[in-house]
Design a protein around this ligand. Structure first.
Ligand code: DAH
Length: 368
């Protein structure tokens, strides 16, 4: 940027013309030095573009060890008659430069400020940016929904550990020592007898050990299985375990509770079907199916054209399991169930691939 340097009151000509006699040699040198500094300053000032550069020039010329200050020793070499004349000349140069620096500094600062304001200008007429809200993950939402319904039915919530001993995950639940589920294929072992729980049923005996019947709990949480990840199975998933132990708990109580729960969860009257099945920790054991909520039982890809969806395992607590928990099977009976949350979500929303729950794609998650 080129700047116009306009000295406010430069008295050079006037001072020199006041100087009557022929100048001495040293005074000529001084005169030249003053003129040179002035010229040099003007040149430098004319090409300065930033306010901060002016500060640098200020120090260069007017600072303690600046160029103008350097003229002082030369003044001593002038004759006594010339000295006041040149003293004034140096002083005028100082005033001149000070005023130039300040004027240009003001100009530049103003320009820089204007540029900054222009760059930072906000167009208040532009529409605001909407902030997007986060939401609960669909798994958590369904888990909370299920929990709320069951709490309303008199169940309290208990949490079992995710890192579990082989005892609570298997042995206490009446799994035979050589049961195939204990195989390394299905279970993530941490040490020989510590593992990542494969189901929330691990909570059953723990609860029996710490509380006396009547026991009416649910145990929601994450489980792990050493399975190949595919559209239908994953190494991580969530379950909700249910356990009710009291005097005279019957199979009919279990069926009534499950019917009531699924009716409330899916907000409709559902046809249900109970198929005998084997789980070591219940006797009798069963698998619970509901009429397909996608096709209303007509047959579709979700129910694999059967019209039925498998939603839970359940049964009457095995006497051996009651014994493991210190509960007398002669006095008490109980029922238990366990269902997978992702599976229910898949049924409810027609999701075909369980992996989507864990990939955390916003496009998928923001639908719920
Ligand atoms: N723990 C079983 C599983 O993960 C599910 C289950 C079946 C739980 C029957 C129960 C039950 O409490 O009674 O496959």
């Amino acid at each position: 940027m080129i700047l116009r340097v306009s000295p406010p009151s430069w008295k050079w000509q006037k001072v020199v013309s006041n100087y009557k006699n022929t100048p001495s040699h040293s005074s000529m040198k001084l005169e030249q030095a003053i003129a040179k500094i002035k010229k040099q300053a003007e040149n430098e000032l004319s090409s300065v573009g930033l306010a901060k550069d002016i500060e640098v020039l200020k120090v260069k010329y007017l600072g303690k060890k600046g160029l103008v200050g350097d003229l002082m020793p030369l003044l001593k070499t002038a004759t006594p008659e010339e000295r006041p004349v040149f003293g004034k000349l140096i002083n005028d140069l100082k005033l001149f430069l000070t005023s130039c620096f300040n004027n240009i500094l003001n100009d530049l600062s103003l320009k820089e400020r204007n540029v900054q304001l222009e760059n930072e200008a906000i167009d208040v007429t532009l529409p605001g940016r909407r902030s997007s809200f986060g939401r609960k993950h669909v798994t958590l939402r369904l888990l909370e929904e299920a929990t709320e319904i069951l709490r309303g039915m008199g169940f309290t919530v208990q949490y079992g550990p995710e890192i579990e001993s082989e005892y609570y995950n298997y042995d206490a639940l009446n799994f035979p020592k050589d049961h195939p589920a204990k195989d390394m294929q299905d279970t993530f072992y941490i040490t020989t007898d510590t593992l990542l729980r494969t189901h929330t049923s691990n909570t059953q005996v723990r609860v029996m050990e710490t509380s006396r019947p009547p026991i009416r709990i649910i145990a929601p949480g994450v489980c792990f299985r050493n399975e190949d990840v595919s559209a239908r199975s994953h190494v991580t998933f969530h379950q909700v375990e249910g356990l009710y132990i009291d005097k005279n708990v019957t199979f009919t109580d279990l069926i009534g509770t499950l019917k009531n729960f699924f009716k409330r969860l899916f907000c409709r009257d559902l046809k249900m079907r109970f198929r005998p099945s084997y789980f070591p920790f219940v006797e009798p054991g069963m698998e619970v199916d509901i009429h397909c909520i996608v096709c209303e039982g007509k047959g579709c890809s979700v129910c694999k054209q059967t019209g039925w969806l498998e939603v839970s395992g359940a049964g009457m607590v095995h006497p051996e399991v009651l014994r493991s928990g210190g509960v007398d099977p002669e006095e008490y009976t109980g029922y238990a169930w366990g269902f997978g949350i992702e599976r229910l979500a898949m049924l409810q929303y027609g999701i075909k691939d369980i992996r989507q729950f864990f990939e955390n794609r916003v496009g998928f998650l923001s639908q719920f």
